[in-house]
Design a protein around this ligand. Sequence first.
Ligand SMILES: [Fe+2]
Length: 475
Amino acid sequence: MEQPRAAARRRPPAAAAAPAPPRILPLLFLLTLALSSCGAAAASGAPVGEDYVRPPARNSGAQRKALLGLFPWSKKKTSSSASDPQQVHVSLSGEKHMRITWVTDDNSVPSVVDYGTKASTYTSSSHGESTSYSYLMYTSGKIHHVVIGPLKDNTIYYYRCGGQGSEFQLKTPPSQFPLSLAVVGDLGQTSWTTSTLNHIKECEYDMLLLPGDLSYADFMQHLWDSFGTLVQPLASTRPWMVTQGNHEKESIPFFKSGFQSYNARWKMPYEESGSTSNLYYSFEVAGVHAIMLGSYTDYDESSDQYAWLKADLANIDRKRTPWLIVLFHVPWYNSNFAHQGEGDSMMSAMEPLLYAANVDIMIAGHVHAYERSGRVYKGGLDPCGAVHITIGDGGNREGLAQRYHNPKPFWSVFREASFGHGELKIVNSTHAHWTWHRNDDEEPVKTDDVWINSLYGSQCIQDSSPEFRKILMSP
Ligand SMILES: [Fe+2]
């Protein structure tokens, strides 16, 4: 395999993401961080990694009810009043702004959000837009999108949707490190999902990242509504930044194009980041530049997505955002039997560009299990490559992907088929603490735990610069 840069820089496998604390951080800080981590049980004494045998997944409450329902396409009433806000969730919308999204059954409710930093005292007000869609026999409620701001960093805001109803509150992310990100993929709406969400709720985090497969509605549109209701307690309080998976497609040949429900309900800041599609976009938070890519839209070198990605990468200032993180749905480094090889064509098209841009971490879902690689590029270990994390284990109705290829590939550091979630605590421009928490008998058990060094300030950035410029200049 051709690896010109890899050959020149190869070093022992786990060196770039070694499970050792950074030398420069005092022991006291490590202790504080460990104590503040979600109340997770210690890993000692718990079965670890691929040897762990977990009980079978439980049945899905909402999904099973839907299948048994007489009219599964119809909308279910989920609020006491038709004008009450439902399914409230928030997302970043450019610098110092956030988008509030909610649904009402009453079409006359205005798309307005009143907000302020004191409870029940609304000193500002923003108007936005609304949409709705029909899908077979289902018609959605009025879906409101309102951008509020400019907002102060790291501040709690109280807000009210549509000029009435309950008060919600959110916290804006910090503008500087430390930054804490919760990560979960392939969420669904089962009792396992509920466990995962309860565990995330226990964490102190600033934002949630979701690399695809949200509701598992799978054509039954009212399951988008029940999903919105399920996640509202978390998604109305911290920004949820998501990208799409295969379960968001819901396309019907010659009748329905894909992603209609997803795009209507989960509008992300694509316009704010120069993209023409809600299926790929970027955002910046604290010192992180995050890119959300689409595994199910064109990605080859002649595609709009690839052209947008080049332009987005060219504008990154690593002094301002030392960390570069990319999320998409279908993993590129996967040693599970499930979805084996599905990410190969996207990897072939985009990995050279992302490698030249010195991406630190790539996060995917799709495979219902957890896996973390060393730093890799073109199938081999490379200290200038990205750490790849597959985390499609949020708790969906399809169960776990239990079968792995053996022996474990040399690039795979940790893998386990359990439901759970991850946390990425970015401490400063060079160090981040990644943990993966398995749902174990309702307890979040911290099972994988590693410090990751950023590529910022490394020789990798200087060495890749000519290749990066060459790719950017190519037609
Ligand atoms: Fe998927």
